[in-house]
Design a protein around this ligand. Structure first.
Ligand SMILES: Cc1cc2nc3c(=O)[nH]c(=O)nc-3n(C[C@H](O)[C@H](O)[C@H](O)COP(=O)(O)OP(=O)(O)OC[C@H]3O[C@@H](n4cnc5c(N)ncnc54)[C@H](O)[C@@H]3O)c2cc1C
Ligand code: SF4
Length: 337
């Protein structure tokens, strides 16, 4: 048992002040942090419980978008009628994750900041640069079924486990944070980071910075969208590969395309030049294959996970087919079956 102090913040400024102290963690739903503390992976000396702060609303934005409070649960977000109708890609991605009980407790801010599911990160008996900087990476040369094929480094090949974040990347959300230096907004593409030489840093937050909300800009990905998640079990499992696609169609042509991949890198993976290949074009299997190749340019397996490159290629093509035909996944599944 590691000793730690517990404080329940009643105001954001208090949370930021206490959160700025070293070895302090914010506690939201606790579904990831408490597990990591029990496993002795996270050893904070201070917990700041932010769950009673007033970031628990979903609000309208003037451009027709929505502001999701950081403390709204994943379930409340997915089932909010405005999210379900205007951002069904996000609702599908959230509902593809975890279990109903977990989604009730898990918060939007916590989902962004959940940590990798790399087996070795959880195993205190093995070296891991993310857990113990400088100790080495046990995954390289080890069991890598769930590990990265894109953007990895010689220090870490972990993936980001979130489903919600893959949709947020495709939706080009903005993360609102409050910290010791005030408030700022971070483009979703810049929120999570690649491992590089500092794999212990999952994202670009400074110590003490707290996510207060996630802004969803208005879009019209309400008909031509798909969140396709491929995993070892049909539910209650993290993605081996996932694909979030949002398309705007102008007649039979694509006028705008946004695509993000999950399960393949340390952050949701986007390649704007691959999205541009679709724009102005009529969907076709040949075009989808080119887009998949562009998204996976530079993909490298670790041996055990080499299969993920072909899995991702097929998943991208299937997700684009589903999105462009405006076909919900269940109907496509029936057609394929
Ligand atoms: C068995 C199991 C299966 C799961 N399956 C999936 C899955 O398939 N897909 C998926 O996407 N997720 C899955 N999850 C992960 C789950 O979605 C996350 O645990 C959850 O979203 C974390 O939210 P939380 O509020 O409980 O965060 P907490 O556990 O409270 O916190 C997690 C981290 O975020 C930090 N944090 C929390 N809130 C903030 C904030 N506002 N600002 C800054 N930092 C903050 C904390 O300090 C901590 O480091 C699964 C989890 C479990 C236990
Ligand atoms: S892949 Fe990253 S998280 Fe996993 S053992 Fe290596 S350094 Fe640790």
């Amino acid at each position: 048992m590691n000793r730690f102090s517990y404080h329940r913040a009643t105001e954001a400024a208090d949370a930021v002040r206490m959160g700025s102290e070293p070895e302090t963690r914010f506690l939201a739903g606790g579904t990831n942090l408490i597990d990591l503390m029990k496993a002795n992976v996270e050893r904070p000396t201070q917990l700041v419980d932010i769950s009673r702060l007033p970031f628990n609303q979903i609000e309208e934005l003037s451009d027709g978008g929505l502001r999701l409070g950081a403390l709204v649960s994943n379930a409340e977000t997915a089932y909010d009628s405005r999210v379900a109708e205007r951002f069904p890609l996000l609702a599908s991605a959230i509902l593809a994750g975890a279990s109903p009980q977990l989604r009730n407790a898990a918060t939007n801010g916590g989902n962004l900041n959940q940590r990798t599911r790399c087996y070795y990160f959880y195993d205190g008996a093995t070296p891991c640069n993310k857990r113990e900087p400088g100790s080495g990476c046990s995954a390289i040369g080890g069991v890598t079924r769930i590990h990265a094929i894109l953007g990895a480094s010689s220090a870490c090949i972990a993936t980001h486990p979130s489903d919600m974040c893959v949709a947020l990347a495709a939706l080009e959300a903005k993360v609102r944070v409050e910290g010791p230096n005030g408030e700022r907004e971070i483009d979703f593409a810049d929120y999570h980071r690649l491992p590089g030489d500092e794999p212990w840093k999952d994202n670009t937050l400074a110590q003490g910075e707290m996510v207060t909300a996630i802004d969803l800009p208005a879009n019209d990905f309400t008909t031509n969208y798909t969140y396709l998640k491929l995993r070892d079990r049909l539910s209650y499992a993290f993605a081996l590969v996932s694909v979030a696609v949002g398309l705007t169609m102008d007649g039979d042509r694509v006028s705008k395309a946004r695509i993000a991949l999950g399960g393949v890198a340390h952050k949701p993976w986007r390649v704007p030049s691959a999205e541009a290949l679709l724009e102005g074009q009529t969907p076709s299997p040949q075009l989808f294959a080119r887009v998949a190749d562009a998204l996976l340019d530079g993909a490298v397996g670790q041996g055990v996970n080499d299969f993920k490159i072909e899995l991702a290629r097929r998943a991208i093509r299937r997700a684009l087919r589903q999105a462009s035909s405006g076909t919900p996944q269940s109907q496509i599944d029936k057609q394929v079956a």
